[in-house]
Design a protein around this ligand. Structure first.
Ligand SMILES: [Zn+2]
Length: 242
C-alpha cells in the first residue's frame, strides 16, 4: 500500500466532499493502491475493501481507534477505545467468488455484495426495496428441489443475507459493548468507511488551519508547507504562537 502524502490526502478529501460514502471510500483506496484500477476496487467484496481501509487507517493514524457511542438504554455517551487488530478478521473471499447455501428446499448460489452493487442500490429510497435489489444482483442461481427457480420466498431471502454476512465478516463488524453507567450490553455496528472519513475530515481542517497560520506568518506557499513533515510544521507553529 502506497504511503499517502499530506498533499494527496488533502486532495482526496477535497474531491470527496459532497460525494457518497461509497465513492469517496473508493477514491481514497485508489490513491493508496494505485496499481489497482478503481473499477477493480469497486468489485471487491465489502469485507475485502474494509480490510484495505483498516490497513490504510493504521498507516495514516496508527492502530488505536477511538470513538464515542450512545448507550441505547440510558442514552449516556461512552468513549470506546480499541485496536485495529480487535476488529480485523482473516478475509478469504475473492472477487467474483461463488458461495452456495441451502435454505429450506432451495439451493442458492450467490456472490458477495461489492461497492459497485452499493452504488446502484443507494438510489432505492425504500430500505426493503434496496435490500431486494442488492439480493437480486448477488443471487446467481436458485434451485428448488433441483429445478431452476425464478423467485425465492421472502423468509429465505433473509437467510441468504445472513449467510452473506457470515462469509464476509469483515464487511459487517460488530463490537461487544457494555455501558459503564447502566451496565447494558449490546453489539454495536462499526462502519470503518465512515469512521476513517470523519478522521480525515478532522485532520484536513486542522492541517488547513496550520497552513493558514504559517502562510500568514511567513508568506510560504501552501504546497511548500504541505511538503514539510508534521513535526517540522509543529516546530514552526510553536515559534509563531510563542
Ligand atoms: Zn447505559
Amino acid at each position: 500500500m502506497y504511503t499517502l502524502t499530506a498533499s494527496t490526502l488533502l486532495k482526496v478529501w477535497e474531491c470527496g466532499v459532497g460525494e457518497s460514502s461509497i465513492t469517496r471510500t473508493l477514491s481514497l483506496l485508489a490513491a493508496a493502491v494505485p496499481e489497482q484500477a478503481i473499477s477493480d476496487l469497486a468489485r471487491l467484496p465489502i469485507g475485502r475493501r474494509d480490510a484495505l481501509l483498516l490497513t490504510l487507517r493504521e498507516q495514516l493514524f496508527g492502530s488505536c481507534l477511538q470513538t464515542v457511542i450512545v448507550c441505547p438504554e440510558c442514552h449516556d455517551s461512552l468513549a470506546l477505545v480499541f485496536d485495529v487488530d480487535q476488529i480485523r478478521v482473516p478475509v478469504e473471499s475473492e472477487p467474483g467468488e461463488e458461495f452456495v447455501c441451502e435454505v429450506g428446499d432451495y439451493q442458492v448460489t450467490f456472490r458477495l455484495p461489492t461497492s459497485e452493487d452499493l452504488l446502484i442500490v443507494r438510489h432505492e429510497t425504500e430500505r426493503d426495496a434496496a435490500k431486494q435489489l442488492l439480493l437480486r444482483r448477488c443471487l446467481l442461481r436458485a434451485l428448488h428441489r433441483g429445478e431452476s427457480a425464478t423467485e425465492l420466498p421472502s423468509p429465505f431471502t433473509e437467510r441468504v443475507i445472513e449467510r452473506m454476512a457470515q462469509v464476509d465478516p469483515q464487511g459487517d463488524v460488530e463490537i461487544a459493548v457494555t455501558c459503564a453507567v447502566c451496565g447494558y450490553q449490546w453489539q454495536a455496528l462499526f462502519d470503518i468507511a465512515s469512521f476513517v472519513w470523519c478522521e480525515i475530515a478532522v485532520w484536513a481542517k486542522r492541517l488547513l488551519g496550520e497552513v493558514h497560520i504559517l502562510a500568514s506568518a511567513y508568506g510560504w506557499a501552501e504546497a511548500d508547507i504541505l511538503k514539510m513533515s508534521a513535526w517540522r510544521r509543529q516546530c514552526y507553529l510553536d515559534l509563531v504562537q510563542g
